[in-house]
Design a protein around this ligand. Structure first.
Ligand SMILES: [Zn+2]
Length: 345
């Protein structure tokens, strides 16, 4: 049922109510995160301060509000409480509200809220300690497949028959998505193993990608991958450059600048119209590919030599791509099709 089928008063009421549920679930997700990372049982009774282990009273455990009233400190030991707690609660509430707003109320909502909750836990554990817990990420694969098998989002328009079994389009797309996600990241990870002697991605990323494929299908998964790589480069390159500078690894910095030059040359070639005719395009292409090639090989061999690599968690970037696709999937797809003339038909 779409939200617009309710009157204005009820729409506001539903959104506020959803926000409160989101805060409570967010508070629970904090407990899950804390106990996964500390190895404690999730059903362990009662909340306690992570610093002094003092039991937290219910009135000091109200999402966001208690954090503000206590000025971010434990009432017992006065040590600061991580900003993670109100941030997770607030983010969960916002995402829950956005989901009800975009998808209305129905069985699909229930599935989507589970997906969102799991993705929040994955993001925080990956950012904090570079771990993605299989117990959180793995179940998302069958859950996504079930979601699409029964076509809970109601988007299927045709069915395909294999022997005596009938599958809907959406399910087949999702199945292909799960396989594509797993294969892509597993192959990429092993490429890192061959090139620099270290996996390029953790095993957790393979599972997250397979899960996102199972939920959104292979076409949307491609968009998730493109978006997550773009975000990772945007955040990662400055960090990697800074680390190289701190290590006084100037050779690596020179190789990195070759990559930048190759990009600048192709952009300049395009701006000045040099790529409009065949010879011009070929020359620009050869120069920028040459520079990029030397740069990539140089950086990789330095990494191998020095055994130093900046490890950045990739999970949060994938989750970011997943959320963009969840809320704006069709818009982003149309943008890609219009701008790159891709995937038509
Ligand atoms: Zn305390």
């Amino acid at each position: 049922m779409e939200l617009s089928s309710f009157g204005t008063f009820w729409q506001i009421y539903i959104l506020v109510f959803t926000g409160i549920i989101g805060l409570i679930i967010g508070s629970f997700l904090n407990v899950v995160i804390l106990r996964l990372l500390s190895g404690e049982s999730i059903v362990f009774p009662g909340s306690k301060c992570p610093k002094c282990s003092h039991a937290i009273a219910w009135y000091d455990n109200i999402p966001v509000i208690s954090y503000i009233l206590l000025k971010g400190k434990c009432r017992n030991c006065d040590q600061s409480i991580s900003i993670q707690y109100p941030l997770v609660e607030f983010t969960t509430a916002l995402l829950f509200i956005a989901t009800v707003f975009c998808f209305g109320i129905g069985l699909n909502l229930f599935f989507l809220l589970i997906l969102i909750s799991a993705l929040i836990v994955i993001t925080v554990t990956d950012l904090k300690e570079q771990v993605v817990f299989d117990i959180i990420s793995m179940p998302l694969i069958p859950l996504g497949l079930v979601y699409n098998f029964f076509d809970i989002a109601n988007t299927a328009n045709s069915h395909v028959k294999f022997f005596a079994l009938t599958f809907n389009d959406v399910f087949l797309t999702a199945f292909a998505g799960a396989i594509l996600g797993a294969l892509f990241f597993e192959l990429f990870a092993r490429l890192g193993l061959v090139l620099v002697g270290h996996r390029a991605f953790g095993g957790g990323d393979t599972i997250i990608a397979a899960a996102l494929g199972a939920w959104f299908g292979w076409k949307m998964l491609i968009i998730v991958i493109v978006l997550s790589f773009a975000l990772q480069l945007l955040i990662g390159i400055p960090i990697i450059l800074l680390n190289m500078y701190k290590d006084k690894d100037f050779k690596s910095l020179i190789y990195m600048s070759l990559l930048l030059f190759s990009l600048i040359i192709s952009v300049l070639g395009r701006i000045f119209g040099l790529t409009n005719h065949f010879t011009g395009a070929l020359i620009i292409l050869l120069i920028s590919f040459g520079l990029a090639g030397v740069g990539v090989v140089g950086v990789l061999s330095r990494v191998k030599e020095r055994k130093s690599y900046t490890l950045l968690p990739f999970g949060p970037a994938l989750v970011f791509g997943g959320f963009v696709v969840l809320f704006f999937g069709q818009n982003v797809m149309n943008w890609f099709i219009n701008n790159f003339h891709l995937m038509q038909g």
